[in-house]
Design a protein around this ligand. Structure first.
Ligand code: HEC
Length: 131
């Protein structure tokens, strides 16, 4: 049949090219992530999503929203005492850095300029009785 050899050649070429493309894309993608983001992925991302976008109605989306909470003393206290935060088993400094990744990384424009970062000292003071 005329053309079938050409078709077969094209199919072989295509099959050979796909893994190359995939490898090329994988090479371009990886970017180093910091310790705070890494801890977020391990302890929080399973529920809140690796990019802070979770299942609507079940778990609050953090991306582009969580900054509003960090802008008030009440909201900050609420964040610190959330069960999955307070009982995260992260040390004070790491938990502070995860909260800061959440607020200043995922929070984006919802985080008002001048919002203070969480410190290990604040985490310790808020949670020392419950940890
Ligand atoms: C097992 C699932 C789960 C894990 C793990 C988890 N969360 Fe949550 N998170 C929730 C749920 C559900 C809520 C809604 C409030 C509630 O029921 O406690 C919430 C609420 C929040 C809120 C408040 C958001 C809002 O708009 O009210 C913040 C901030 C937050 N979590 C941060 C974290 C951080 C930081 C971690 C990791 C240290 C974490 N969460 C781990 C399920 C989880």
């Amino acid at each position: 049949m005329p053309g079938s050899a050409g078709l077969r050649r094209a199919a072989i070429l295509l099959a050979a090219t796909i893994p190359l493309c995939a490898a090329g894309a994988a090479d371009a993608e990886p970017q180093p992530i910091g310790a705070a983001q890494s801890a977020y992925l391990m302890r929080c991302g399973g529920c809140h999503g690796i990019e802070g976008v979770s299942v609507p109605g079940l778990i609050p989306t953090l991306r582009g929203r969580v900054g509003a909470l960090a802008g008030t003393a009440k909201g900050r206290d609420y964040m610190l005492h959330l069960p999955n935060v307070a009982m995260s088993r992260l040390d004070d400094a790491t938990l502070a850095s995860v909260l800061n990744f959440v607020v200043f990384g995922l929070g984006g424009a919802s985080t008002a300029p001048g919002t203070p970062p969480f410190t290990a000292h604040q985490v310790h003071a808020a949670l020392r009785d419950s940890r």
